[in-house]
Unconditional design. Sequence first.
Length: 194
Amino acid sequence: MKREDAQLIRRCLKGDQRSYERLLEKYRAPVFSICMRMVRNRDDAEDLAQDVFIKIFNILDRYNPSFPFSSWLYRITSNLCIDFLRKNKRTVYSLDKPVDGEDGEMSRQLPSGEIGPEREMELKEDMVTLENAIKQLPEHYRMIVLLRHQGHLSYDEISETLGIPLGTVKARIHRARKLIVDFFRDSREDDRSI
């Protein structure tokens, strides 16, 4: 565990308001980011991130300092997001699928960023494809990918955070990466057939 986190937590447990604020400031962005990528709705993600910190501060005395604070925090974040998704099953809509309009079917019009060099456009398209691929992953794969690549957790930390065996973490990351690669390949084939 980082020394700074240990000191902040000790002070929080003694009621130091500044330490609460510092801990919140330090982890607000990564927690919100994970929530946003899991639930894909800004309002819901903000509510969930707030719920995470309310829960954390209410049970901070149960935290075991022999483990990294970030792992404990991300585990709680993961559990709250998955609970939310289970309670609020949503239909996923394809951005490529036409929508019904008054004059028949029409394609979705999405705002694009500033037009730049061709390579920049390709990178942007790849990022959109990657985000779509991640959104399509089953929840248990999506959470592991986000913890690994967004939260920068090691396989061991993910195993500890989610409470699953290390071999399961490795298998799920491998499977998730294969699904993302397949999504990219299918996307490229769809582009060529147009």
